[in-house]
Ligand binder design. Structure first.
Ligand code: CP
Ligand code: NVA
Length: 320
């Protein structure tokens, strides 16, 4: 039976049930097929989306803005120059005022609590467009891409290699909900959040998924061995360190993360028909080589980026 997501917030994939996630994916698939046929939509005709961005974005902004317009609605962009959560005015006032103008809010924030606060005070659904804790709308696009390329989600083997960041968390939540076996190869000092791991393990126990963390750099091969999907993301996320700190840490991070680089050698360890995913933007020569993205197995990252729009549209159509 179809589940009703109207009025719901999407702060983390951990908050959605398996059936709710699958409902978003089915809707995205349908919308994508219709988009390919050039079928116009009026599902959100007359509706407005407010988009708060505290950090830069290409994919998230355009996926939601273009997606909203394709559904017959309109999106309003509010950048750091327009809105400073809790600085120019309280997050509570921002949420209450925006709720009088728009039918949904999507926010990219530094602190996860900010998107939680927006949701607490808003009268309209709030969608997390990335926080330092997780990136749920990217996780949905990743699931859709895996499903399209592999024909299933349950039982798929995936390895995430790199920093235990927001993407690692969202993939843990996503994988655990849909029965994907996820190995995370992450250096000890960059481990994922213990609470996120605990949530993912709890969900995994219900779906038959497994979530394993490998922190020894000698175990990267073991984590990647025979997987269907290799996933990576930047070694330093937006807002994780000040410019000076980032400059200071650069060499240290490079040293620690180099065994985790997704390159042609690493690809050899995965299944022959494995795909490589990356949320993008990528820093070529760091977490991934250009050669990998030029290989058909790595070019999938552009399908993945396209799927940001179809899944964003599905989320908006369902919650708004
Ligand atoms: N993947 C992703 O969220 O990209 P942007 O930062 O460009 O939105
Ligand atoms: N982990 C990255 C993801 C970017 C889409 C960041 O937060 O910068």
């Amino acid at each position: 039976m179809a589940v009703d997501l109207k009025g719901r917030n999407l702060l983390s994939l951990h908050d959605f049930t398996t059936e709710e996630i699958l409902q978003v994916l089915r809707t995205a698939e349908e919308l994508k097929m219709e988009a390919k046929r050039g079928q116009p939509h009026s599902l959100l005709a007359g509706k407005q989306l407010g988009m708060i961005f505290q950090k830069p974005s290409l994919r998230t902004r355009v996926a939601f803005e273009a997606g909203m317009s394709r559904l017959g609605g309109h999106a309003v962009y509010l950048g750091p120059e327009d809105i400073q959560l809790g600085k120019r005015e309280t997050t509570e006032d921002i949420a209450l005022v925006l709720s009088r103008y728009v039918d949904g809010i999507m926010a990219r924030v530094f602190k996860h609590e900010d998107v939680e606060d927006l949701a607490r005070y808003s009268k309209v659904p709030v969608i997390n467009g990335l926080s330092e804790f997780c990136h749920p709308t990217q996780g949905l696009a990743d699931l859709l891409t895996i499903y399209e390329k592999k024909g299933r989600l349950q039982g798929i083997k995936m390895a995430f290699v790199g920093d235990g960041n927001n993407m690692a968390h969202s993939l843990m939540f996503a994988a655990a909900k849909v029965g994907i076996h996820l190995n995370l190869a992450i250096p000890e000092t960059y481990r994922p959040d213990p609470k996120a791991l605990e949530w993912a393990k709890e969900d995994a126990a219900k779906t038959g998924a497994t979530v394993e963390v490998y922190t020894d750099p000698n175990d990267v091969d073991k984590a990647v061995e025979g997987v269907d999907v290799i996933y990576t993301d930047v070694w330093l996320s937006m807002g994780q360190a000040s410019k000076e700190e980032a400059e200071r840490e650069k060499e240290e991070r490079r040293k620690v993360f180099l065994p985790y680089q997704v390159n042609m050698d690493m690809l050899q360890k995965a299944r022959e028909d494995a795909i490589v995913l990356h949320c993008l933007p990528a820093i070529y020569g760091e977490e991934i080589t250009k050669e990998v993205v030029e290989d058909p197995r790595g070019r999938v990252v552009y399908d993945e980026a396209e799927n940001r729009m179809h899944t964003a549209m599905a989320v908006m159509a369902l919650v708004m």
